[in-house]
Ligand binder design. Structure first.
Ligand SMILES: [Zn+2]
Length: 264
C-alpha cells in the first residue's frame, strides 16, 4: 500500500451505508480512481456534503489490485457554486465527466487532461452566455480528442486538400472534414455539418468572448451530439451518454426542469 496526498475532481458520489460514500475521482497523478470515504457524512466539521463537481485535496491509500481504495483528509478547494446552482451548467459539466469516466484508464497519470478540465470548470463557473458555455464544451471535446491522438483536422478538406473556409461535413471515421463538393457519402447529412462560424471558433487558439456566434437550442444539442459521437466512435464506447439524454430533456422542458436528476 502507498499513502499519497493529491488533488482531485469528484466525478460521482454514491452513498454507502449510513455514513460513508464512494467517490469516483479524477486526479492528475492517478487518473481515474474510486475511493471510499468512511464516516464522511457524520463529520460535524463538514458543512458542505461532498458532491459531484467539487475540487478537493485528499489522502489516497492505494492498494495493489484493489478496485476501491480508502480516501481521507478531504478538504474542499472549490465547490464551484456558479455551476452547482445552474442546471444548464451542471448538464454541460456532466457530459465532460461522463466522457472521462467512460474512457480514462485507472491509475494512469493525466496531468494535461486534469489541467484542461480544471480550466474548463473555472470558465464554466465564471461565464454565463449560453452560446459561450457550449463552445467551451465543444473545445473541451476537441482538446480531449487532440491529447488522445484522434483530434480532427479542420484546416483542409480531407479529400481535395483545399483549405476549408465554409461550412463542411465532419467525417467521424476519417478524423477530418470534407468540403461540400467532395462529400458524397452518407456523411452528407445535416447532422454532420459544421457551420462556417463554428469552424472559425474551434480553430482559433484563444477564444474571443466578444465574437461568439449565436446558436439556437436545436443547434446546440445537434453539435454537442456530434462531438460526443466523434469521441464515442474513436474510443469505442458503445453505451449512450446519459448526460446527453439529460441535456435533451433539459432543452425539451426548459421551463419546468427542477425535478430532473441524473446518475451515471
Ligand atoms: Zn474537398
Amino acid at each position: 500500500m502507498s499513502i499519497n496526498n493529491t488533488s482531485a475532481i469528484i466525478l460521482n458520489v454514491t452513498p454507502y451505508r449510513e455514513t460513508s460514500c464512494i467517490l469516483k475521482l479524477f486526479s492528475p497523478e492517478y487518473g481515474l480512481i474510486t475511493g471510499i470515504a468512511k464516516g464522511v457524512k457524520k463529520l460535524k466539521s463538514r458543512r458542505e456534503p461532498l458532491e459531484r463537481g467539487f475540487h478537493i485535496n485528499l489522502t489516497v491509500y492505494l492498494k495493489n489490485n484493489r478496485d476501491i481504495n480508502t480516501v481521507s483528509n478531504i478538504h474542499i478547494i472549490d465547490f464551484f457554486p456558479g455551476i452547482r446552482n445552474n442546471l444548464q451548467k451542471t448538464a454541460i459539466r456532466d457530459i465532460t465527466f461522463e466522457l472521462i469516466i467512460t474512457s480514462i484508464i485507472n491509475y494512469n497519470p493525466q496531468k494535461e487532461l486534469y489541467s484542461i478540465l480544471l480550466k474548463f470548470l473555472s470558465q464554466l463557473e465564471q461565464l454565463s452566455e449560453i452560446d459561450i458555455l457550449y463552445i467551451l464544451l465543444w473545445r473541451f471535446f476537441l482538446k480531449f480528442a487532440d491529447i488522445s491522438g484522434f483530434g480532427p483536422d479542420f484546416s483542409q478538406c480531407i479529400y481535395c486538400g483545399t483549405p476549408v473556409k465554409e461550412s463542411s461535413y465532419l467525417l467521424i471515421n476519417k478524423g477530418g472534414i470534407s468540403c461540400r463538393n467532395c462529400c458524397k457519402n452518407d456523411f452528407r447529412n445535416s447532422d454532420f455539418l459544421i457551420p462556417e462560424r463554428l469552424l472559425y471558433v474551434l480553430a482559433s487558439s484563444i477564444l474571443q468572448y466578444d465574437n461568439i456566434p449565436a446558436f439556437g437550442s436545436a443547434e446546440l444539442l445537434r453539435i454537442t451530439r456530434l462531438a460526443v459521437s466523434y469521441c464515442r466512435y474513436h474510443l469505442d464506447i458503445h453505451r449512450e451518454f446519459k448526460s446527453l439524454n439529460f441535456l435533451e430533456n433539459l432543452f425539451l422542458s426548459e421551463t419546468n426542469c427542477t425535478c430532473l436528476h441524473i446518475g451515471f
